[in-house]
Design a binder for this molecule. Structure first.
Ligand code: ADP
Length: 200
C-alpha cells in the first residue's frame, strides 16, 4: 500500500527543505510548481486558452509564455488573476492527479504531492493525509524578504493572499515546525517518514 501525503505550508515556510528530505529518502515527489510550468508549454491547450484571454502579448518570440508580462497584467488586477486561475485550475488538477497516480503505480511506500496552495485550491481529498510546514508570522516574513529580496510591504501582501499558516496547521494531519534550525526540521521530517511507513 502507498501512503499519499500532501505536503504544504505557506510561502517561505520551509516546504522545500522538507520536500528534499523525502526525495533524499527515495520517495517520489510530485511537484505542483513543476507541473504548473509544464501545462503551459507551447502546444498545450492551457497556453492556447491563456493567449485567447490575454492576447499574443503574453507570448515570447519563441512561442513560450512570457511569465513576466503575464505577471504584470494579473498581479495588480485581481479579476484578471482570477481569470487566469480559472483557465489553469482544471488542467493543473488533471495533470497533478495523473502524476500522483503514476507515482503510486510505481509502488513506493510513500508518495508526496508538494502543493503550495493545497488548501486554497482544495486538494485535501486527493491525499490520505496532509503535512503542513509551519513557522511563526515574524519568521515567515523575515525569511521571505531575505529569500526573494522583497520589501516588508510586498512580503506582507504575498503572505496575506494565502490562508494563514496557523489555520493550515490546525487543519493538518501532521505539522512540521520550521522555526528552529534546519537540522531540527530535517529530524521532524525523518520522524514523519518513519510514522508513515508504519501506516502504509
Ligand atoms: P518554501 O519552499 O516553503 O517557500 P523555503 O524552503 O524556500 O520555503 O524557505 C524559505 C527561506 O527560508 C529560504 O531562503 C530558506 O533557505 C530559509 N529557511 C528555510 N528553513 C530555514 C530554517 N530552519 N532556518 C533558517 N532558514 C531557513
Amino acid at each position: 500500500m502507498t501512503y499519499l501525503l500532501g505536503l504544504t505550508g505557506g510561502i517561505a515556510s520551509g516546504k522545500s527543505t522538507v520536500s528534499r528530505v523525502f526525495k533524499a529518502a527515495g520517495f517520489p515527489v510530485v511537484d505542483a510548481d513543476v507541473i504548473a510550468r509544464r501545462i503551459v508549454e507551447p502546444g498545450r491547450p492551457a497556453l492556447a486558452r491563456i493567449v485567447q484571454a490575454f492576447g499574443p502579448q503574453v507570448l515570447r518570440e519563441d512561442g513560450k509564455l512570457n511569465r513576466a508580462k503575464l505577471g504584470e497584467i494579473v498581479f495588480s488586477q485581481p479579476r484578471r488573476l482570477e481569470a487566469l486561475n480559472q483557465i489553469n485550475r482544471p488542467y493543473l488538477r488533471a495533470a497533478i492527479n495523473q502524476a500522483l497516480a503514476q507515482a503510486k503505480a510505481g509502488g513506493a511506500a510513500i508518495v508526496i504531492g508538494d502543493i503550495p496552495l493545497l488548501y486554497e485550491a482544495d486538494y485535501v481529498d486527493a491525499f490520505d493525509g496532509v503535512a503542513v510546514v509551519t513557522v511563526d508570522p515574524k519568521v515567515q516574513l523575515d525569511r521571505l524578504m531575505a529569500r526573494d529580496g522583497l520589501t516588508e510591504a510586498e512580503a506582507k501582501e504575498r503572505i496575506a493572499s494565502q490562508i494563514p499558516l496557523a489555520k493550515k496547521a490546525a487543519m493538518a494531519d501532521f505539522v512540521i515546525d520550521n522555526n528552529g534550525r534546519p537540522e531540527a526540521t530535517i529530524a521532524q521530517a525523518k520522524a514523519l517518514i518513519r510514522q508513515l511507513q508504519h501506516l502504509s
